[in-house]
Write a protein that binds this ligand. Structure first.
Ligand code: MN
Length: 262
């Protein structure tokens, strides 16, 4: 029987996690190890300076007072005591597309899976008109997880799956979209006259790219983007080489893109 390890970043009580466990149950033995509290936007953080508590909170369901990366690590080394056949992270409340994958605790859970050598998926869903709905995303997750269990994935590759609201028209293979990183900072004053801040997100402007995850979701398709942990900018290697050689010589990177995520 295949062993499937689930995690998320919305917390062990999340409805999306329960929907994922239900959707994947026909494919194997599902074990859930998820953060005790919500850790959205925690990225790939690993808890190194505090002890981690692992509690069983249900039938094959465990909570960890840490991050999704902590959960996959403890799931493998303290719960399953061996590698599962598949790691799936989600179903996240909200899309993880474009640059947002770098903040995503959901994607990081799957990233930890591939770093440990396990085929992994991250699954996120767009908010529906009537709130959060996970059934369609569960179906997409089941289809892709079934395929991965049967055929595997290339080493160090995870699938980042994003499902639009409503019923998806199909599945599109995509690349990460790009937007004009329009973070907003809301400055306020507290009752003791000290300033404090809320970081928020403004209106996004997405670069039109025909094969982006963003466009797929906007057009009603579930997007599947293969990701890998290698952040090396291969296209910039020769520039970096010239830069590192020093001296007054020629190659200069264009200034025009400065200050813009594009
Ligand atoms: Mn989340």
């Amino acid at each position: 029987m295949k062993r499937i390890l689930l995690t998320n970043d919305d917390g062990v009580q999340s409805e999306g996690l329960a929907a994922l466990a239900e959707a994947l149950a026909p494919l194997g033995e599902v074990t859930v190890v998820a953060p005790l509290r919500e850790t959205s936007a925690i990225g790939h953080a690993l808890t190194l300076h505090d002890p981690l508590r692992l509690e069983q909170v249900g039938d094959r369901v465990f909570s960890v007072g840490g991050t999704p990366t902590d959960c996959v690590t403890l799931g493998v080394f303290a719960v399953l005591r061996g590698l599962p056949d598949l790691v799936v992270s989600g179903i996240n409340r909200g899309l993880n597309i474009g640059d947002d994958v770098t903040y995503s605790g959901t994607v990081a859970g799957a990233l930890e899976g591939v770093l440990l050598g396990v085929p992994s998926l991250a699954v996120s869903v767009e908010r529906g008109v009537r709130g959060w709905e996970f059934a369609e995303a569960g179906r997409v997750a089941q289809q892709l997880a079934g395929g991965v269990l049967e055929r595997g994935l290339p080493p160090r590759v995870l699938l980042n799956v994003n499902v639009p609201k409503g019923q998806p028209k199909g599945i599109r293979v995509t690349v990460q979209g790009r937007r004009n990183h329009s973070t907003s900072v809301d400055e306020r004053v507290d009752v003791r006259n000290r300033r404090y801040y809320w970081i928020g997100l403004s209106e996004d402007d997405w670069l039109p790219e025909p094969n982006s995850d963003h466009l797929a979701v906007v057009e009603g398709y579930a997007s599947v983007t293969p990701l890998h942990p290698d952040l090396t900018a291969h296209a910039a290697l020769s520039f970096t080489e010239a830069l590192s050689r020093g001296g007054p010589s020629g190659v200069r990177w264009s200034e025009s893109g400065r200050g813009s995520a594009w």
